[in-house]
Design a protein around this ligand. Structure first.
Ligand code: GDP
Ligand code: MN
Length: 395
């Protein structure tokens, strides 16, 4: 789960990482009141779950409370790469002498948390990595040993921080960032920029904080930070129903059992010349309710023109899945074709059950590739027909 800047900063604050004082505002009036309360000048910052807000006009300075109100008016409602701003964070403006970068993320290949630090902060870190890779210090932490003071010292020395006061503050922030990361079961904690004020004070001016979804059950306070309004409505529905679902951009709805098979299904649809509309993993079960839930989510996507149901029976028995599909179809109306491929445990019985019931619009195919081709062809036919109808050309 990605957190907003203000939420990440709240967690930073809890772990003792210095941040500026601020207030959340959802209206111009709030923004004005916040500016008056905080003291001027303030910075008005769009709260959206995407980076590069500065470049997109989502961050501006305001010298007066009236100015803060006007800036909030401009930013609220702004569309930043598909994210509409509904909240702004008003923060006491900082004077900046230098902008650094510090992050801690999980390096899957090394199976260890990875610190990255550079004194060339403020800009895209990808740019620093590409143009001056030598300026980016990388340091892994052995999760069993944990983070120790030498990690912080190594990062600041190798990063070339000359000032002793800065070295000490940054090294301390390194330790606290590790505590925040482990304490919140984060996947990413990024501070860009980590600023140095003209007085030599080091502070986190921005936050990017991602918490492991699978650990949220242990962090009710963080889970409660989820902004349901900002989430993709389909993915929100899927989460509510306990369905593993990722929205994609094509026309062929994909439903498989097991993440590996579902990934392969997405690939084979592409191979057959189609575009998958989603990734949806039915998981281990195949009971009617699971099928209904998954189909409900998939069919809510208006882009779907056909569904490819790909099941490999292991512990999950194909006959059970077949019954699940029939029960699901009895409970809901789906007005586009469904192509089913069943293989593995009790596949023959599953196919027989489907063949006997023979619901309209259901096609059973013997192989994954044949089924993918069929689903792609049916999706194509359907969208062409819809297109012709739209043109008033249908018969
Ligand atoms: P991002 O563009 O989404 O990464 O948003 P940031 O919070 O990192 O802000 C972008 C840039 O705005 C920073 O790198 C700063 O240069 C500038 N900025 C943000 N807050 C302040 C502030 O309090 N004072 C000053 N002078 N500049 C700020
Ligand atoms: Mn930033």
């Amino acid at each position: 789960m990605d957190l907003y800047e203000y939420q990440g900063k709240e967690l930073f604050r809890r772990y003792g990482i210095p941040v500026s004082e601020g207030r959340l505002a959802t209206s111009q009036a709030d923004a004005r009141a916040a500016a008056e309360e905080l003291g001027l000048p303030v910075v008005v910052k769009a709260q959206v779950l995407t980076g590069g807000r500065g470049k997109a006009g989502g961050i501006t300075l305001a010298e007066t409370a009236a100015d803060a109100e006007a800036r909030a008016h401009e930013i609220l409602g702004l569309d930043i790469r598909g994210h509409v701003v509904t909240k702004v964070w008003i923060e006491r403006a900082s004077d900046i002498a230098r902008e650094y970068y510090l992050s801690l993320t999980f390096d899957r290949s090394a199976k260890k948390p990875l610190f990255m630090f550079t004194t060339q902060g403020g800009v895209d870190i990808e740019e620093v990595a590409a143009t001056s890779p030598g300026a980016l210090v990388r340091l892994h932490v052995d999760p069993l040993e944990g983070c120790h003071p030498w990690h912080g010292r190594r990062l600041v020395y190798e990063g070339g921080v000359a000032d002793v006061g800065e070295q000490k503050q940054i090294a301390a922030i390194v330790g606290k960032l590790y505590e925040a990361y482990v304490g919140c079961e984060a996947m990413l904690c990024e501070i860009n920029p980590l600023i140095v004020t003209p007085e030599g004070e080091v502070r986190a001016l921005d936050s990017k904080f991602t918490v492991d979804d699978n650990a949220l059950f242990r962090h009710a306070d963080i889970a409660a930070m989820r902004d349901l309004a900002a989430a993709d409505p389909l993915e929100a529905l899927a989460r509510e129903k306990g369905v593993t679902y990722v929205k994609l951009d094509g026309e062929v709805g994909v439903l498989g059992n097991g993440a590996g098979l579902t990934m392969s299904t997405v690939d084979v649809v592409t191979f057959a010349g189609g575009r998958p509309a989603n990734f949806c993993d039915l998981g281990g079960g195949g009971d009617a309710q699971g099928v209904v839930d998954a189909l409900e989510v998939i069919t809510r996507d208006p882009q779907v023109d056909a569904i490819f149901f790909n099941i490999f029976g292991g512990i999950t028995r194909c006959d059970e899945v077949a019954r699940g599909i029939l029960q699901a179809l009895a409970q809901m109306t789906i007005d586009y074709p469904i192509v089913v491929r069943l293989d593995g445990t009790n596949a023959d019985e599953g196919r027989r059950i489907l063949a006997e019931a023979a619901p309209a619009g259901l096609h059973v195919e013997p192989t994954m590739l044949a089924a993918a081709r069929k689903a792609v062809a049916l999706a194509g036919a359907r969208s062409t027909r819809a297109g012709l109808e739209l043109l008033g050309d249908g018969d």
